[in-house]
Design a protein. Structure first.
Length: 451
């Protein structure tokens, strides 16, 4: 009996060590790919691609991709929306293939390295090559979305219910920490580009490309530590992307409360993602802030997001993830509403806005991911997270589209930024109406003490 107990204890300790090792490997994909979201999508690419598009514009300020007249200032936002449309076709296909085959790692590797290569290729974005920039953005964004489907779907497999808020929050914290680290290097290179003997344009292109190199290099860590699990779903062929999306949504109709949460997340996260992708354009074009100021502001966001993600993870343990997320949406509403009134050429107030965003950004994302993981039926992780990812980095097409249209119609980025408040208000109302404990039970999962 004593021998059996000792063997069980040793087996439990080994299983715990293996789980912790896999969790640490999982964190490193956030460390790898978050640099793209920070350095490329949030800081450099928006203003730089806009300047490239303006260099290619006609006398009226329009470029003509595929013969369609587009205001140069809206080209970046439209490119983001186009990347989402492509993602809608690809993500459900990748998610279903991963669940049915049980082989997530090869698909994760493919998506990660396609995205990293496209990002590294941004080094060649110069002159008036706005179409090249748009194409690389579409490929990189779509690849990131697919990789995040697979990455997020590991969460319910590597963390038991009571650990998920903490594990998800640590993953986001890792991502924001790496983003801050690389932004410091970016700031040094950009601010001192003359010292390094390169032009300002070349410095920006090096910063863009280095994000791709970083993404590819650190993806090795999760690929070595994560392990594939045998599929628990019936084998079968995978439908084309749109058909697979329809099939996934039909399956989710058997879990209407999961769908209700996803709808709420789709709305409020659309606002979050639009702020992330368009804030630097707002700062440079409307507020007249230089690139160095924008880098410092985003660096402030990254640093505070690490603390915010960990702090909101602790709040979730005390008050539950749902209440904590609702509180963060109130903070988002106040912060973005205040952004409308920021005076131009006033970096200090922009830094205050950045601090407000940073404190709620990481926690909102981390807790939403962990909360959704409780609402996913076993064996459907990647397939359901493909739908989730459309709400996260994928389905967030409406915000950028509205932002771009508002600017195209009014010529004012202030009108564009204030429109985003509606996403947080509507998302709050929708989330408040979701009975999450019942949703967890309906998905066939154990209900945590606090949720």
């Amino acid at each position: 009996m004593g021998t059996d107990t000792a063997r069980e204890t040793a087996t439990g300790a080994t299983a715990l060590a293996d789980r912790k090792r896999e969790q640490r490997g999982w964190y490193f994909y956030d460390w790898a790919c978050s640099v793209y979201s920070t350095s490329v999508l949030t800081v450099f690419l928006g203003p730089y691609l806009t300047s490239v598009a303006k260099a290619a514009a006609d006398a009226d300020g329009f470029v003509h991709p595929l013969g369609i007249p587009v205001r140069a200032g809206s080209f970046f936002a439209y490119s983001v929306s186009l990347s989402v449309i492509l993602s809608i076709f690809v993500m459900p296909l990748a998610g279903a293939a991963a669940d049915r085959s049980g082989r997530k790692k090869p698909l994760l590797a493919l998506a990660a390295y396609v995205g990293a290569a496209a990002t590294a290729g941004m080094f060649f974005l110069d002159g008036d090559r706005y179409l090249l920039g748009g194409a690389l953005l579409v490929v990189a964004n779509s690849a990131l979305a697919v990789s995040m489907v697979l990455y997020n779907s590991y969460l319910p497999q590597i963390a038991p219910p009571e650990e998920r808020d903490a594990v998800s929050s640590r993953g986001w914290a890792f991502g924001y920490a790496s983003g801050a680290l690389v932004l410091v290097a970016n700031l040094v290179l950009y601010s001192s580009h003359d010292t390094f003997g390169v032009s300002e344009s070349t410095a920006v292109r090096i910063c863009l490309a280095s994000a791709g190199v970083w993404w590819g290099a650190f993806t090795v860590v999760p690929l070595r530590r994560l392990r594939d699990r045998r599929s628990t779903t019936a084998p079968g062929g995978t439908a084309p992307g749109l058909r697979q999306l329809v099939a996934t949504v039909k399956d989710m109709r058997r879990h209407p409360l999961t769908l209700s949460f996803l709808l709420a997340y789709l709305v409020y996260n659309d606002g979050v993602q639009t702020v992330i992708s368009q804030a630097s354009v707002y700062g440079s074009e409307e507020l007249g802030l230089d690139q160095s100021t924008l880098i410092v502001a985003v660096l402030l966001v990254q640093i505070l997001a690490v603390a915010g993600a960990l702090a909101m993870g602790r709040l979730a343990r005390a008050y539950g993830a749902k209440r904590t997320i609702l509180g963060s949406l109130v903070a988002w509403t106040v912060t973005i509403g205040a952004g409308f009134f920021l005076p131009a050429h006033a970096p200090t107030w922009f830094f205050v806005l950045a601090a407000g965003i940073g404190l709620v950004l990481g926690g909102t994302q981390a807790l939403s991911r962990s909360l959704f993981s409780h609402l996913v039926p076993a064996g459907k992780e990647a397939e359901y997270f493909s739908a989730y990812e459309m709400s996260d980095r994928g389905m967030s097409w409406l915000g950028p589209l509205v932002f771009g249209l508002a600017y195209q119609l009014t010529g004012s980025y202030r009108d564009a930024i204030v429109s985003l408040v509606a996403f947080f208000l509507i998302g709050f109302v929708l989330l408040a109406r979701v009975p999450v404990r019942q949703a967890v039970r309906d998905a066939g999962n154990p209900v945590p003490t606090r949720i």
